[in-house]
Design a binder for this molecule. Structure first.
Ligand SMILES: CC/C=C\C/C=C/C(=O)SCCNC(=O)CCNC(=O)[C@H](O)C(C)(C)COP(=O)(O)OP(=O)(O)OC[C@H]1O[C@@H](n2cnc3c(N)ncnc32)[C@H](O)[C@@H]1OP(=O)(O)O
Length: 719
C-alpha cells in the first residue's frame, strides 16, 4: 500500500513514515498521507515533536517520476514542505538509505536532519532535465552557501552522509539506528526556538564576487552540458536565490521548472532513466534476469594485454575479482606489468579505496588460467587467432569455465564452435577505456546458455557497467549502426564537405566529438583492419568507389595507406602537434587530398547544409536501428538508446537515436530517408527499414509501445 502513515511514539513524538516501495517516492498517495499527518500533528496537543522517516531503511527517492507523464493531481510538494517548515513543533528527518531530489527537499523543509552513515543524499533533478523545484534551489544555498549548492545542484551528484555533515546539510550522522536517534533528538530539542532552523527565512550567504561565481558556473555548464537546458536553468534558480528574497526566488524556481517540465529534454532524460532500468531486465534467448542461475566469479583471466585487455583487468580487479593477466608478447607483458598497477591505484583512489580489492598476477602462458571461473579474451580482431585461443582454452580450463570474447563485432558462434561446449561462450564487448566506459554489450550467441549470459550480465553490473544483452550479428548493435553513420560522413566529404564541417554539425547536435575527431582518437587503422578482413580494401576488381555493387568510399583506406592513422601518428583527418598530440587543427593537406580525390573521380563539390549532414548521418544510423529491432538483435528501442548514450556519446538529453526519431516524428524520418535514397540510390543504408514503414503505417506509436508492436508484428508474420 502506497501512503504515509501516522503514529505517535510514547505519547509525544509523531512519526510520519513514507511507504512507497522500493524508494518511497513522493507519489500522490504519499503526499496526501504526509499532508494529512501534518494536520493530525497540528491538532494533537500531546504531540510535542515530529520525526519523518521512510519504510525499509530508505528515506525517500524524490518525486515519483512516473507521475510526470500524466496530469498533476493531489497535494503539491511546495506547500506541503512549507507547512512542515512552518510547524511550531520541531520536525526531524531520519535519513536512512537515501534522500534524493524531492526527498532531500522534504528533509530541507524539516528543522533538523539526522542521517545514517551509509545514506546517500543529493539533488539529481538536473539529470532528469529538471531542477529542485520543491524549494531545494532556494533552501540549499541558504544552508550551505552558493558555491557548494551550485556544485550539488548543477551536477546532481550523490554525496555521502559524511560529506553532507561537512557541508552542513545534516546535523548528525550515526552508525546506529538513525530513526531511534532522530526520535531521541526530537525529544531533546522540544522548546528550542525554531526560527533559525527554517531555511526559507535565512539569508543566502554569497561570496562577494557573486556575479562572477555565477557567470563562471554558467560558462561551465554550457561547456559540459552540450546543449542541455536544465543545468542552465539550475544556475538561473541559484542566481535568484543569491540575489532575491525567498518568495521571489521561489517564483523564479517555479517559472524555470515550468519551462523545463514540458521540454523535450526532460522527456528524453526521464526516458533515459527508465530505459536504463528496462535493459537491466534483459531476457534474450531463454535467459532472464530474474530466474537465470549465475556463477559467482571470484577468479577470472584476461587474455591479451593491449589497451582493451589492460582496462578489463583493472575493471575486474576493482570489482573484487582476482585476475590472471596473460600476454604472450614479452614487450606488451612488460608494459602491462608497469601500467596496470598504476591504473589500478588511480581507479581505487577514485573510489576512495586504499587498496584495490582484486589481486592480479601476470603470465605469459595460457596454462596459468586453468583454475579460473571465467576468461575474457581480448586479443586482436583476428578470427583465426581468436579461434586458436578458444580451442586451447577449452582444453586448458576446467569444465564449466565461462569463455568470453571482447570482440567488437566478430561472430560469437564461430568462436563457440572452436570449443567443446559452445553453451559456455558469450561476447563481452567493452568500450575503450574499458575501466572507465560504462557500457558493456553482452553478446548472446545462438548457443550461449542462459547461465553463461546471466553470469556475464551480472559480472558486468558488478564492474559498474550498464550491461545490455544483444544478439549475435556483425558489429552487434553499436558498431553495426555506426557503419552507416560513418559511411555517410565519408560520402559527405566526397560530395564537398570538410571534416570540420561534419564534426561541427555533430558536435552542435551534442556529441562530445564529431565522427572524424573520434576516428582520429581511436585510430583510423581500427576500421581499416575490419575492412581488410572483409575484403573491402582490395582494389582493381570493381570501380574504386563501388563494392559488391554498392557505393563505397575508399577515402579512409587511402588515409591509412598514407600512414595517417590519427592522433597516434600526429596526422589523420586533422593534424596534431606530434604523435600522441591531442589538439586537432585543420590540415591543408586534407583539403588538398579531398580536392584531388574529387577531381580524379569527376565529383563536383557542393555546399552542404548542416541540416543535410545531420539528417544523413543520424537517420542512416537510426534506420539501421530499426533493422536491428526487426532482426531481434536488440530487445527494444531502449536497449539501442542505452548503448548509444553510454557507449557512443549520444547526448543523453536527446534520449538516444530511437527516442530521437520518435521526437522528430517517424513519418518525417521516413520521408527524409526516402528523399536521400532517391538522390543516392546506390547507398543501401538509406533504404528505409520496413519496420519503420510499418510503424508509420500504424500511426507512429510512441517509443514505449514499440516492443509490444514488434512482438505482435513478429507473431503476425509467423502466422
Ligand atoms: C514541483 C516540484 C517538482 C519536482 C521536484 C522534485 C523532483 C524530483 O524529486 S525528481 C526525482 C529525483 N530523484 C531521483 O532522480 C532518484 C532516481 N532514482 C535513482 O537514482 C535510483 O533509482 C535510486 C538511487 C533511488 C535507487 O537505485 P537502485 O537501488 O539501483 O534501484 P533502481 O534504480 O533499480 O530503482 C528501483 C525501482 O524504483 C524506481 N524508481 C526509483 N526512483 C524513482 C522515482 N523517484 N520515482 C519513481 N520510480 C522510481 C525505478 O524505476 C525502479 O523501478 P522498476 O523496478 O520498476 O524498474
Amino acid at each position: 500500500m502506497k501512503m504515509a502513515t501516522y503514529s505517535v511514539l510514547s505519547g509525544s513524538v509523531a512519526l510520519i513514515t513514507l511507504q512507497n516501495p522500493p524508494v518511497n517516492a513522493l507519489s500522490e498517495a504519499v503526499r496526501t498521507g504526509i499532508t494529512d499527518a501534518v494536520q493530525r500533528t497540528l491538532k494533537d496537543p500531546q504531540v510535542t515533536s515530529v520525526v519523518i522517516c521512510g519504510q525499509n531503511g530508505r528515506f525517500c527517492g524524490g518525486a515519483d517520476i512516473r507521475e510526470f507523464a500524466g496530469p498533476m493531481s493531489g497535494p503539491p510538494l511546495v506547500p506541503m514542505i512549507h507547512a512542515l517548515e512552518a510547524m511550531e513543533k520541531p520536525v526531524v528527518a531520519a535519513i536512512e538509505g537515501l534522500a534524493l531530489g524531492g526527498g532531500l527537499e522534504l528533509a530541507l523543509g524539516c528543522h533538523y536532519r539526522i542521517a545514517h552513515s551509509q545514506a546517500l543524499l543529493g539533488l539529481p533533478e538536473v539529470t532528469l532535465g529538471l531542477l529542485p523545484a520543491a524549494g531545494g534551489s532556494q533552501r540549499l544555498p541558504r544552508l550551505i552557501g552558493l558555491p557548494a549548492a551550485l556544485d550539488l545542484i548543477t551536477t546532481g551528484r550523490h554525496i555521502s552522509a559524511s560529506e553532507a555533515l561537512k557541508l552542513g546539510i545534516v546535523d548528525q550522522v550515526t552508525d546506529d539506528n538513525a530513526l531511534k536517534m532522530a526520535v531521541e533528538f526530537a525529544r531533546s530539542v522540544v522548546g528550542q526556538p525554531l526560527g533559525p532552523r527554517r531555511l526559507s527565512t535565512r539569508p543566502c550567504h554569497s561570496p562577494p564576487d557573486v556575479d562572477s561565481v555565477l557567470d563562471q558556473a554558467l560558462a561551465q555548464v554550457w561547456q559540459r552540458g552540450r546543449g542541455a537546458l536544465a543545468p542552465v536553468a539550475c544556475v538561473g534558480a541559484l542566481r535568484a536565490a543569491a540575489t532575491l528574497p525567498y518568495a521571489q526566488g521561489m517564483e523564479k524556481e517555479r517559472e524555470l521548472m515550468a519551462t523545463l517540465f514540458n521540454s523535450g529534454q526532460a522527456r528524453a532524460l526521464q526516458y533515459a532513466f527508465f530505459s536504463q532500468r528496462v535493459v537491466g531486465k534483459w531476457q534474450p534467448s531463454g535467459a532472464r534476469w530474474d530466474n537465470s542461475t549465475t556463477r559467482t566469479i571470484r577468479k577470472a583471466a584476461v587474455i591479451g594485454l593491449g589497451t582493451m585487455g589492460r582496462g578489463i583487468v583493472v575493471a575486474l580487479a576493482l570489482a573484487g575479482v582476482s585476475v590472471v593477466a596473460v600476454e604472450s608478447q614479452e614487450k606488451q607483458l612488460a608494459a602491462a606489468r608497469q601500467m596496470v598497477p598504476e591504473m589500478l591505484q588511480r581507479g581505487a583512489g577514485r573510489r576512495g579505496l586504499d587498496t584495490p580489492p582484486g589481486v592480479i598476477s601476470f603470465s605469459s602462458g595460457l596454462e596459468d588460467v586453468s583454475e579460473v571461473e571465467l576468461v575474457i579474451e581480448a586479443v586482436f580482431e583476428d578470427m583465426a587467432l581468436k579461434r586458436r585461443i578458444f580451442s586451447r582454452l577449452a582444453t586448458v580450463c576446467r569444465p564449466g569455465t565461462v569463455l568470453c570474447s571482447n570482440t567488437s563485432g566478430l561472430d560469437i558462434d564461430q568462436l563457440a564452435e572452436a570449443t567443446q561446449n559452445p553453451a559456455l561462450v558469450v561476447g563481452m564487448h567493452f568500450f575503450a577505456p574499458a575501466h572507465v566506459m560504462k557500457l558493456l554489450e553482452v553478446v548472446c550467441g545462438p548457443r550461449s546458455s542462459p547461465e553463461a549470459v546471466a553470469t556475464a550480465m551480472v559480472l558486468g553490473k558488478r564492474m559498474g557497467k550498464v550491461s545490455v544483452a544483444v544478439g549475435n550479428c556483425p558489429g552487434f548493435v553499436g558498431n553495426r549502426m555506426l557503419k552507416p553513420y560513418m559511411e555517410q560522413a565519408n560520402f559527405l566529404l566526397e560530395e564537398g564537405a570538410t571534416p570540420q564541417q561534419v564534426d561541427e554539425a555533430l558536435e552542435g547536435f551534442g556529441f562530445p566529438m564529431g565522427v572524424f575527431r573520434m576516428s582520429d582518437l581511436s585510430g583510423l587503422d581500427v576500421g581499416w583492419r575490419v575492412r581488410k578482413e572483409a575484403g573491402l580494401t582490395e582494389q582493381g576488381v570493381e570501380p574504386t568507389r563501388m563494392r559488391q555493387g554498392q557505393r563505397y568510399s575508399p577515402l579512409p583506406d587511402q588515409m591509412c595507406e598514407g600512414g595517417r592513422l590519427g592522433q597516434k601518428t600526429g596526422r589523420g583527418w586533422y593534424r596534431y602537434d606530434g604523435p600522441g598530440g591531442r589538439v586537432a587543427r585543420s590540415d591543408p593537406w586534407v583539403q588538398n587530398f579531398l580536392e584531388t580525390y574529387r577531381a580524379r573521380h569527376g565529383l563536383v563539390p557542393r555546399r552542404i547544409a548542416t541540416e543535410e549532414i545531420l539528417e544523413r548521418c543520424l537517420y542512416a544510423l537510426t534506420n539501421e536501428g530499426f533493422n536491428i529491432l526487426q532482426d531481434g538483435v536488440a530487445a527494444g528501442p531502449e536497449d539501442i538508446d542505452v548503448i548509444y548514450v553510454f557507449g557512443y556519446g549520444w547526448p543523453r538529453h536527446r534520449g538516444g537515436p530511437m527516442f530521437h526519431a520518435g521526437q522528430v516524428g517517424l513519418a518525417r524520418v521516413l520521408e527524409k530517408l526516402e528523399h536521400y535514397q532517391h538522390s543516392h540510390p546506390d547507398v543501401p543504408h538509406l533504404k528505409p527499414s520496413s519496420l519503420l514503414r510499418r510503424l508509420v503505417a500504424a500511426g507512429s506509436p510512441p517509443v514505449q509501445k514499440w516492443r509490444e508492436f514488434i512482438s505482435k508484428d513478429r507473431v503476425h508474420s509467423q502466422l
